[in-house]
Design a protein around this ligand. Structure first.
Ligand code: TYD
Length: 212
């Protein structure tokens, strides 16, 4: 089973991934957690280029192809082997991030991005995608505080430094894309407490597992 988590910065994806991993392990599943960009050896190198504040000369098209390269490598090295081994694999971001950030955010054509993603994922679309939805003003405040606390602003702050307007487009893009793919998406209001959010994610995950 393949589960992905999506949402703008500061929605609490990491916290929820930890909680659902512990829950699923408690229920007897073997669970691997991975992320994009950077879920493979090559991907870790790509992540440095993609998220560093100094990558100001990266063109929109190059950025897109680096994310797709990261994903193709991630699927072949990490995700597909885990699925074939009968594990639950959870990814912090996946193909939908490209459609939403490079598409709705940066203005590339979402339909073309969906087709390019098809090449990168080669059949490995998630069984369940959890979208943590939050007002960008609230999310960004949380993400900036975290980056400052962990001293990661330079290395990882390229997207957090984008305008509020960009993040508003991303948020709206996520909601539009989730509605278009409602059979796989589950949208949760991330302004609730972590416990409240987790209860909803848990119930949905159990339901999807049961129906497989
Ligand atoms: P990361 O620090 O992992 O952010 P978060 O903790 O919010 O997940 O950085 C990933 C950034 O890369 C995030 O801002 C979204 C962006 N991104 C894209 O623009 N396109 C993509 O395809 C992916 C996977 C991520």
């Amino acid at each position: 089973m393949f589960i992905t988590f999506e949402g703008i910065e500061g929605t609490g994806k990491t916290t929820q991934i930890k909680l659902i991993k512990a829950f699923l392990e408690g229920a007897g599943h073997t669970v691997d957690v991975t992320l994009e960009p950077g879920g493979s050896r090559i991907g870790k190198e790509l992540r440095k280029i993609l998220l560093n504040m100094d990558s100001t000369d990266l063109t929109g098209e190059s950025e897109l192809f680096l994310y797709l390269a990261d994903r193709a490598q991630h699927v072949s090295q990490t995700i597909r082997p885990a699925i074939e081994a009968g594990k639950v694999i959870i990814s912090d971001r996946f193909a939908d991030s490209t459609i939403v950030y490079q598409g709705y955010g940066r203005g590339l054509d979402p339909k073309l991005l969906r087709e390019l993603n098809d090449v990168a994922v080669s059949g490995c679309w998630p069984d369940l995608t959890i979208l943590l939805d939050i007002d960008p003003e609230m999310g960004l405040k949380r993400a900036m505080t975290r980056n400052l606390q962990e001293n990661k602003m330079q290395e990882e702050g390229r997207f957090e430094a984008e305008s509020l307007e960009f993040h508003n487009r991303v948020r709206e893009g996520y909601l539009t894309w989730a509605a278009l793919n409602h059979e796989r998406f589950f949208v949760v209001d991330a302004a609730q407490t972590p416990d409240e959010i987790f209860e909803q994610i848990k119930a949905k995950t159990v339901e999807v597992l049961k129906n497989r």
